[in-house]
Design a protein around this ligand. Structure first.
Ligand SMILES: NC(=O)c1ccc[n+]([C@@H]2O[C@H](COP(=O)([O-])OP(=O)(O)OC[C@H]3O[C@@H](n4cnc5c(N)ncnc54)[C@H](OP(=O)(O)O)[C@@H]3O)[C@@H](O)[C@H]2O)c1
Length: 239
């Protein structure tokens, strides 16, 4: 029970990496607050967690709306009195297209979901973590936030910016005993539409459970260690 007594907020928890991370954290004794837009998926997750004898609460949240994000953080503190971990998993590619086919609205959606949402959640959680003088924030970055990839230009740009946000925050928050890690992940076998790898490729990708274990490791580091950035790749695929 490596997270016994800890409170963790996980955004993007209705599927994929966030879902697997919420399950893994709950099994390690954390009380998890799961957030995303799809209420039914969150309720299903909370029921699964309760079925295993652990504790979770769902707070449906659109991460692109700063008022909803502030409410998520405030409600968590009213309910549980503290926030030890924030995992920013909400994200999305939206579409694969040449640049001229991305509309203004596509651009804003991708930037808001993958970058602004993490900014909103972090800005809202930090005052509580500073008061506690402890906290861990994990951001779901991407290999495409280190190497630009054609036809997902706005997503790649958002993940590059997320790497910068994470690095600057890591420096800013360390004196407050708050640690920030950017997970620079290669391709994961999730439902991150419209990436739709065929079955044989899917089998060679990182599993959501494996990423959840990497996130868990970051949240249970010994006190002598910090990890500002954690690159993780599938063993046999350079994607
Ligand atoms: N899959 C990959 O290959 C890969 C590689 C590197 C990094 N990542 C990153 O890993 C993270 C998780 O992705 P995944 O692969 O697990 O994909 P996923 O299964 O599609 O999960 C994305 C999650 O983000 C949530 N989300 C999207 N827009 C949202 C919004 N406006 N407000 C709140 N939640 C929102 C979705 O929930 P709702 O639709 O219910 O809101 C969903 O739970 C993302 O940040 C992604 O960029 C993925």
């Amino acid at each position: 029970m490596r997270l016994k007594g800890r409170v963790a907020i996980i955004t993007g928890a209705s599927s994929g990496v966030g879902y697997a991370t919420a399950r893994a954290f709950a099994r390690e004794g954390a009380t998890v607050i799961v957030a995303a837009r799809r209420r039914d998926r969150l309720d299903h997750l909370v029921a699964e967690i309760a079925g295993e004898g652990h504790q979770g609460f769902s707070i449906p949240t659109d991460i692109t709306d700063p008022a909803q994000v502030q409410r998520l953080i405030d409600q968590t503190v009213s309910l549980l009195g503290r926030i030890d971990i924030l995992v920013n998993c909400a994200g999305g590619v939206l579409k694969i297209s040449p640049i001229e086919q991305f509309t203004d609205s596509d651009w804003r959606t991708i930037i808001d979901t993958n970058l602004s949402g993490t900014f909103f959640a972090t800005r809202s959680v930090v005052p509580y973590m500073k008061r506690q003088r402890s906290g861990t924030i994990v951001n779901l970055g991407s290999r495409v936030g280190r190497v630009g990839i054609a036809n997902i230009t706005p997503f790649s740009a958002a993940k590059f910016a997320l790497a910068g946000l994470s690095q600057a925050l890591a420096q800013e928050l360390r004196p407050h005993n708050i640690y920030v890690t950017n997970i620079v992940a290669g391709m994961i076998n999730s439902d991150l539409g419209p990436l739709n790898p065929d079955e044989s490729l899917r089998r060679r990708l990182i599993t959501t459970d494996d990423i959840a274990q990497a996130i868990l490791w970051v949240c249970t580091l010994p006190p002598s260690l910090r990890v500002d950035e954690l690159p993780v790749m599938p063993r046999q695929v350079d994607l």
